[in-house]
Design a protein around this ligand. Sequence first.
Ligand SMILES: [Zn+2]
Length: 407
Amino acid sequence: MTFHSMWAELLPIGRSSASGGYRRYAWTAADADCRAWFREQAEARGLTYEVDRNGNQWAWLGDPAAGDAVVTGSHLDSVPDGGAFDGPLGVVSSFAALDELRARRAEFTKPLALVNFGDEEGARFGLACVGSRLTAGQLTVAQAHRLTDGEGVTLPQAMEAAGYDPDAIGPDPERLSRIGAFVELHVEQGRALDLSGDQVGLASAIWPHGRWRFDFRGEANHAGTTRLEDRRDPMLPYAETVLAARREARLAGAVATFGKISVEPNGVNAIPSLVRGWLDSRAADQALLDTVVDGVERAARDHAAAHGIDLDVVRESFTPVVEFDHALRDELARILGKDSGARLTVPVLGTGAGHDAGILSDRIPTAMLFVRNPTGVSHSPAEFAAEDDCVAGVRALADVLEGLACR
Ligand SMILES: [Zn+2]
């Protein structure tokens, strides 16, 4: 099985003919087809196939009980109308990298496992990385049992319908204790590699990110009869705050987005009484993120005061920075740079997106490889990586696995 033929097999599964995008949601028929494909690939290679208590699929070469295993993989599920690469590229590359190592006659001194984590995107139950969160104990069984999809089906019901035992789910510290390193290959969800002209990069960290709600309160009134001087219009400071977010993010090299807004009374001919906007902001480190959000909030307060508007700012969610293991990252950089001298030749980049590798990183050493995405587009049918770059990713992953598991 070449990379190309594996890719071709997966391509039609869960693809919407209307949008061209993928709808591979956890514990659905499309997900089952992807999982059957994973199992076939594992068995065709003589690997020991197993499903853990949380429904994650594993394919082992060597004895898991020996410990210090090197694990690679990603996920096969998708966001609504997602692209073909986010997730599957990492899983297909794992099998292809193993094939490459066997062709090289590499001798493994550690167990190797390939993994497909379940329900990474959270498209169905609204929470990302359910499979890895449960394994790492970051999601309690009680919380998982309460997860419900848009049709009112709970996670336990969905797992049971797909043939899995929902009563078995829970933390899996023993499994994690057998893993020495986890490496996830992923399509880049940005244009850093395209801009630097590199095919493959290493992850430094997942940016800290959060959501803040801005409530601007003024006074509803008639849009036709209220003199401009007499208005207390919360839309005005809101608009200025959107511009301030753009400015602060640009100055800090960060991102800040007002992507959702709710307006009361929401009438075409009414001055609003309330404008509520949600800010999503992410930056390379905590200090930069604080600078951006403080700057946006200060601007919002100044503009609100100037227009006689009351303002409340509430932080609704926050995820701190995830720093990938420095020793493992340096090791990967050394392995990948071995042909070009001591100088680090593989670009190291941060990302604003979450991954299973990020969830596992506080329990085991984890690292990520990114493959160039020429447009940076992700979570869309337009998501793309050139076959040359995918093959370079497979080679890099094989080098990394050889360096880590064949010493
Ligand atoms: Zn992904």
